[in-house]
Design a protein around this ligand. Structure first.
Ligand code: MN
Length: 234
């Protein structure tokens, strides 16, 4: 079969700026870890699963860069922020060991896993997939990537989020239930990870709703902050 010209222009996937690089990091897939801070699992009324991490995915096309004003999304009355460390994969990885996992990390970024909490909880209660709550347009906000060698070991860094200058989330990356190498090792048993794959590593306690006019700012020590202004509903 010959390669035909596409019937309409193919979608161009988003790319994320990288500190100190001219070129941007093209997004291929977005994996998200659920319940990866014990205090957040508790506030959601569930236990951390210590047998293995679990995941949901967002479309790469849901990626947006930091610093924008985004419309309040459709279909929800409970739009939440979740501040997260985002891992950018830099090398192909399949069935990697935890000890080898750090070598496949390209870099790290501050990210927001924006969530339609009412739709997520409704789906959870009914045993349905979380897609409507998690995988929607402009739901993955990612700030500039910092290369792994410029960030250093993950652990002591503080992860914080403010809404209109008020602190809502404040924890340390050492609080992650599943560490970055453990997540990569586990995930690479199910997928052939490739450069362009992002992993949102979960959010600490303190998630909550935002409304039009709110300004979100998230920080992780050593990384470019992530920010988002909530606009009016369309
Ligand atoms: Mn999350």
């Amino acid at each position: 079969m010959s390669a035909n010209k596409t019937l309409f222009p193919a979608v161009e996937f988003p790319a994320i700026p990288v500190r100190g690089e001219q070129g941007a990091y093209p997004v291929h897939r977005i994996f998200c870890v659920g319940r990866n801070y014990a205090d957040h699992a508790k506030e959601m009324g569930v236990e951390v699963d210590r047998e293995a991490p679990f995941y949901f995915l967002k479309s790469p096309l849901s990626t947006v860069t930091s610093g924008l004003t985004l419309s309040y999304p459709p279909g929800t009355a409970n739009y939440h922020y979740e501040m997260e460390l985002v891992v950018a994969i830099g090398r192909p990885a399949f069935r990697v060991r935890t000890t080898d996992a750090p070598s496949v990390v390209y870099g790290y970024a501050a990210g927001l896993d924006m969530t339609r909490r009412d739709l997520q909880l409704d789906a959870r209660a009914k045993g349905r997939p979380w897609d409507l709550g998690k995988d929607f347009e402009q739901s993955a906000v990612v700030a500039e990537i910092t290369k792994a060698e410029d960030f250093g070991p993950v652990g002591a860094q503080r992860i914080r989020l403010e809404v209109d200058g008020q602190v809502r989330q404040d924890a340390h990356l050492a609080d992650l239930v599943w560490s970055v190498p453990e997540i990569i090792a586990h995930l690479s048993g199910f997928y052939h990870l490739v450069p362009g794959d992002l992993v949102f590593t979960g959010t600490p306690a303190g998630v909550g709703p935002v409304i039009a006019g709110n300004v979100i700012r998230g920080e992780i020590d050593g990384l470019e902050p992530v920010s988002l202004t909530i606009g009016a509903a369309e």
